[in-house]
Design a protein around this ligand. Structure first.
Ligand code: TZP
Ligand code: MG
Length: 213
């Protein structure tokens, strides 16, 4: 995986798509500069999740953007996704790695300093700092890490890291300045009237902030 793939990471939520087809939102967002896409559909049944993943995979292949599946190892295998994202209560990393093999991307969410330290013992491809700020999009979030938490984790983590939770164009620069490699967003793109423009705006801020590092 390229570290730059984490720069602007879109995480899906069909519930927030307002009736618009998710694959269209994804395509527009990728045209605007999204560098990685995670399908995260907590309410979808297996059949719907699989169909959506297949459809989105076809779109992303055109643009050579990696597809990551949240939690569902079976779906990641079924659609030959580029990777899997796991949380602290999902399948253990070692088990996922054994099944997926050495060439797939595996990302792990960390919610605090202790978990970030533990992640240093694993060969995960990246960590997700979750959440950095409070958000309406996910109910069961841990206490937000805030910018100080991001700074602290980035001071010792050996892994590339993407921050998630409550991120928008107003706080993106701060997150990159705090040391994260990129931002992961749901509502800032999925709920935007124009997902392509929303992605473009975020990408410009990210590129500018990265160039100042
Ligand atoms: N994990 C931690 S916060 C979150 C997830 C999936 C939701 C982020 O959504 P938003 O709309 O970008 O705040
Ligand atoms: Mg999970």
């Amino acid at each position: 995986m390229n570290r730059e793939d984490l720069n602007l990471y879109l995480v899906t939520d069909k519930e927030l798509a307002n009736g618009k087809a998710l694959e269209d939102i994804v395509e527009e967002a990728v045209k605007g500069g999204v560098s990685m896409v995670q399908i995260r559909e907590k309410e979808a049944n297996s059949k719907d999740f699989y169909q959506l993943a297949r459809t989105v995979k076809k779109v992303l292949e055109k643009y050579k953007v990696p597809l990551i599946i949240n939690d569902r190892l079976d779906i990641a295998l079924a659609v030959d996704a580029e990777g899997l994202h796991i949380g602290q209560s999902d399948l253990p990393y070692d088990v996922a790695r054994k099944i997926l093999g050495p060439n797939k991307i595996i990302g792990l969410s960390v919610e605090n300093i202790e978990q970030a330290k533990q992640a240093n013992q694993l060969d995960v491809d990246y960590i997700g700092l979750s959440p950095v700020f409070s958000t309406q999009t996910k109910n069961d979030i841990a206490k937000p890490l805030e910018l100080d938490g991001v700074k602290e984790i980035m001071s010792f983590s050996k892994h590339p890291a993407v921050a998630i939770g409550g991120i928008n164009s107003a706080n993106t620069a701060d997150i990159i300045k705090a040391g994260a490699d990129g931002i992961a967003v749901v509502s800032a793109i999925v709920c935007a009237k124009d997902p392509c423009n929303a992605a473009k705006e975020l990408k410009e801020i990210i590129n500018k902030s990265l160039s100042l590092k």
